[in-house]
Design a protein around this ligand. Structure first.
Ligand SMILES: C[S@@+](CC[C@H](N)C(=O)[O-])C[C@H]1O[C@@H](n2cnc3c(N)ncnc32)[C@H](O)[C@@H]1O
Length: 277
């Protein structure tokens, strides 16, 4: 930790603000609270329909809509909780507790924070393009340099609020062509990021993960899954078009030179722990 006495006034001021700030991953409100825009009117109409004794079929339809949207809201807000801290999906990842980790598609820092908090001896390189996909998820405006700067500040602010910012380096870059030498990292993590790429991009990113890992390095891949939670909450609205099953992900991992040692599922999520062969 940098001593307060060594800080100039401006730095000290920024430090003070950051210590009191909260972690805010910045996923958009309409993804998390959008179902309430249906739930509230549907509930009100259900009450009116019931009090005015409208047709039973109408009351039943309105009640079903209200129930679906309310349960979907609860699934997304509390089950998936994408603006909350993410626990490591498996205790087997970097069980030694230390090492240099690359986070491919770090976004606003949620996956980097997951590693930094659970594995206190690690340092993390948080890599993101900070381009169109970043803006789509987390917002941003101005030139590409300004968006990179906004992205950098958002990650730092989140990691600082958690007291782990000394162990991160933020690196703009594309996971399909990583700006690192072969065998640089002890582990790579990527959460809800590779699944945003087109099929050719997915293959390139997996090969890149393998290239920058040291021999026997670990790769923790976390992706969205089109499970019952997702199907119930999002229904026919194809919010994410590139979802694959666990079998296909393992084939892709194998093809890129990994041996998957553990895989599993969480609400809306699949995870794979693999080792570079
Ligand atoms: C849904 S966010 C996930 C962020 C974070 N890993 C998490 O778990 O919250 C996906 C991130 O992947 C990034 N991304 C998409 N394509 C990328 C690429 N080719 N290289 C690096 N990052 C990319 C986007 O900019 C975005 O920040």
């Amino acid at each position: 930790m940098v001593g307060a006495a060594a800080l100039d006034t401006g730095t000290r001021c920024r430090y003070k603000i950051s210590v009191h700030s909260r972690v805010d991953f910045g996923y958009p409100w309409f993804v998390i609270y959008g179902h309430l825009l249906v739930a509230v009117p549907a509930l009100l109409f259900t009450l009116v329909a019931w009090r005015r004794k409208w047709h039973k079929l109408l009351i039943a339809s309105l009640s079903a809509l209200a129930l679906w949207s309310l349960v979907s809201f609860l699934i997304i807000r509390f089950g998936i909780d994408m603006n909350g801290r993410m626990p490591l999906p498996t205790a087997a990842f970097l069980a030694s507790g230390s090492g240099t980790v690359l986070d491919m598609g770090a976004g606003s820092g949620r996956s980097s924070l997951m590693v930094l908090e659970a594995r206190r001896g690690t340092t993390v390189v948080a890599l993101d393009t900070f381009s169109a996909s970043y803006v789509q998820h987390f917002g941003g405006s101005g030139s590409s340099e300004q968006i990179i700067e906004q992205g950098r500040r958002r990650i730092l602010s989140n990691l600082r609020a958690a007291g782990v910012e000394q162990r991160v380096t933020i690196q703009p870059g594309d996971m399909r062509q990583l700006p690192f030498e072969p065998a640089t990292f002890d582990a790579v993590v990527s959460s809800y990021a590779i699944d945003h790429l087109d099929p050719a991009g997915v293959v390139k990113a997996l090969f890149e993960a393998s290239r920058v890992l040291k021999p026997h390095g670990e790769f923790l891949l976390v992706v969205l899954s089109n499970d019952y939670w997702m199907k119930f909450a999002w229904g026919p609205i194809a919010f994410h078009s590139r979802l694959r099953g666990a079998g296909r992900w393992m084939e892709l991992l194998h093809g890129a030179g990994f041996k998957t040692t553990e895989h599993g599922a969480k609400p809306a999520t699949l995870y794979f722990l693999s080792r570079k062969l």
